[in-house]
Design a binder for this molecule. Structure first.
Ligand code: MN
Length: 247
């Protein structure tokens, strides 16, 4: 059975929380674990390496890495200063934890799939940058997140001809995906290639690593898609391709 390491989401110590008061919690979002199990793979939540366990020990325990969505990436993780003091701080603790996992996985040549924040984190881990607040920094961008409709916000995606995504789906050009993100890729890392962009505003929504192992990022949330959302790009082919990259 293939073992998929899930990077954790964090609840940091919060004195106002009634349970686990002042403690840090690591968690997985359930539809992410369901996506793995639908394909016969075992999702395992990866702890932050500590004590006598190194990050390479953590990575040794799984066959591939799946970067979950969640909080914003901190500007200092890509060498930027906050555009508005304290408004978009991101989660620097989680960034460091995940960047370490990405580096260890690339070194061990284990496949990586980044979803939403994971797609952005992959770009940051490889030296790229983000828009801290897409609305402010990318004038004319369409709406990419709406708290009221949440995962029922959709937009078109332009899949580039000749891309891996076009190959996986046997289609290029316009498809539809969901969109629940506040940040987006600004400067693309040198070792990443853009595979698909949002329409009509051209944000980079899928990236492929051009180095000698498999790493891929998608800005949408395949794990949130419902069976009846047949108008969206199906999650299955991408996830199967990711699993097929495990050696
Ligand atoms: Mn989007």
């Amino acid at each position: 059975m293939k073992r998929i390491g899930l990077s954790a989401c964090f609840f940091h110590p919060d004195p106002a929380r009634p349970i686990f008061k002042g403690k840090r919690l690591l968690y997985m979002e359930q539809s992410m674990s369901q996506l793995c199990m639908r394909h016969g793979a075992m999702p395992l939540l990866l702890p932050k390496a500590e004590g006598r366990i190194s990050v390479s020990d953590v990575v040794d325990s799984v066959d591939a890495l799946l970067l979950q969505g969640g909080s914003d990436v901190a500007p200092e993780s890509y060498g930027a200063r906050p555009i508005e003091d304290g408004r978009w701080p991101g989660d620097r603790y989680r960034d460091l934890y995940e960047i370490e996992l990405v580096q260890a996985c690339l070194e061990a040549k284990k496949p990586i799939l980044g979803i939403c924040r994971g797609h952005q984190l992959l770009n940051v881990a490889l030296g790229g940058s983000l828009y801290q607040d897409t609305e402010t920094e990318r004038k004319g961008a369409r709406k990419h997140r709406d708290p009221d409709v949440y995962d029922r916000l959709y937009h078109e995606l332009d899949i580039k001809p000749g891309s891996l995504l076009a190959e996986i789906y046997g289609v290029d050009g316009r498809v539809t995906i969901n969109s629940i993100h506040h940040q987006a890729i600004d400067r693309l890392a040198d070792s990443l290639q853009s595979e698909a962009e949002s329409l009509p505003d051209g944000l980079i929504e899928a990236v492929r690593y051009t180095g000698d192992s498999f790493a891929y990022g998608v800005q949408w949330h395949p794990e949130f898609q419902r069976d009846e959302e047949t108008h969206l790009l199906a999650p299955g082919p991408l996830f199967e391709y990711f699993l097929s990259q495990i050696t």
